[in-house]
Design a protein around this ligand. Structure first.
Ligand code: NAD
Ligand code: MG
Length: 359
């Protein structure tokens, strides 16, 4: 097991990473304040892991909320079910919520904890690679609103994050690859050495080698933690975490949520950003080829959806407020391992890149 401390003064917390950690009762105990514990999970993850987590918590007064599986259930109604459960069990302000599942469960359980009796403790046990490398850091919690994704929420930090790399063994390979897209992103924007390590270890990661996964997850969380610490208000460097995301969101919206996984859309978007960077002479052909080779090796798409025109991309990208604020704003690569925000992207160049990009 390895541990990374996320430094946030009195709210600092550990991220423990390694195989078999969900069975380690000693890792939960220090972060459970009172005697009352509510486990929040979904039907899929409950069938796989709930009994094992419960077996570690025999000394506590336990309650559970098992929600339906899917992004469409990331709603205030489901959070209300968690609150109902807490109230029915007469849980007080010293109760602790354990979030067992992917990002959907983590976001809802965290939001439920942020609001219940004005805030109770929660522990994240993320079970998808995406949630392990992304939602473990940053403290964002919340739900979707019919008018927009993640529109209702709060910043609320976990007391601890317990990442069991062995839980990834049951994760569909497509979901694993989608998580790898965000891992590769951290290398591309911030850490050339890590990017090179990923090139050497992408097969080991896809084969779920515990040591390789532990390193990739810890380094990803560390990069995100550094960036978030430098820019808590999301004015500057934090924008770099959006590499590939503006293109990616356009793909997700065009295709309807669910057809392309978020990580798949981001992967294709990062390839577009890299291609545009090459057209601006920031990346040479060899660097661009490295990006493509790594994304492919991770099982990720480097093409746009069939039939999605450059006009459609521009139309959807213009809806993104962050893009419009100052001309056409995009995250581009200065070189591998270093990104920047380009505030006034030449639209003609962008269209030319999109037209030439494979479908
Ligand atoms: P998810 O939570 O929907 O999980 C993906 C699928 O994998 C689900 O069907 C889930 O039931 C299943 N699953 C989870 N763990 C499994 C396991 N170990 N074995 C088998 N199946 C398993 O999706 P996700 O990709 O984890 O997270 C996406 C969500 O996270 C989005 O709602 C997004 O907004 C949010 N998110 C939040 C943050 C943040 O900072 N809070 C960051 C990134 C993403
Ligand atoms: Mg993302």
């Amino acid at each position: 097991m390895q541990t990374l401390m996320v430094e946030l003064d009195e709210r600092s917390y550990p991220i423990h990473v390694g195989p078999g950690l969900i069975d380690r009762g000693d890792l939960y105990a220090p972060y459970i304040a009172g005697r009352q514990v509510m486990i929040v999970t979904n039907e899929t993850v409950a069938a796989l892991y709930l009994q094992r987590v419960k077996a570690q918590l025999g000394d506590y007064q336990l309650a559970e909320t098992i929600l339906p599986d899917g992004e469409q259930y990331k709603t205030i109604d489901c959070v209300e079910q968690i609150w109902d459960g807490l109230l029915a069990a007469r849980f007080n302000r010293r109760a602790t919520i354990i979030a067992l599942g992917g990002g959907v469960i983590g976001d809802m359980a965290g939001f439920a904890a942020a609001c219940y009796q004005r805030g109770i403790a929660f522990i994240q046990v993320p079970t998808t690679l995406l949630s392990q490398v992304d939602s473990s850091v940053g403290g964002k919690t919340g739900v979707n609103h019919p008018r927009g994704k993640n529109m209702i929420g709060a910043f609320w930090q976990p007391r601890a994050v317990i990442i069991d790399t062995a839980t990834l063994e049951s994760l569909p390979p497509r979901e694993l690859s989608a998580g790898l897209a965000e891992v590769i992103k951290y290398g591309l924007i911030r850490d050339l050495e890590f990017l090179a390590w990923l090139e050497d270890n992408v097969e080991a990661l896809r084969a779920l080698d515990a040591q390789a996964l532990t390193k990739a997850i810890l380094r990803s969380c560390a990069v995100k933690a550094e960036i978030v610490a430098e820019d808590e208000t999301e004015q500057g460097v934090r924008a770099l975490l959006n590499l590939g995301h503006t293109f990616g969101h356009a793909i997700e919206t065009d295709q309807g949520y669910g057809r392309w996984l978020h990580g798949e859309a981001v992967a294709s978007g990062m390839m577009m950003a890299a291609t545009l960077s090459a057209r601006l002479n920031d990346l040479d052909a060899a660097a661009l080829a490295r990006v493509e080779t790594l994304l492919r090796a991770a099982g990720l798409p480097v093409h746009a959806p069939e039939g999605m025109s450059s006009e459609r991309f521009l139309e959807l990208m213009r809806l993104d407020k962050k893009v419009l604020d100052a001309g056409l704003r995009l995250v581009l690569l200065d070189r591998l391992g270093q990104a920047r925000v380009e505030a006034n992207v030449d639209e003609a160049l962008l269209v030319e890149m999109l037209n030439a990009y494979p479908r």
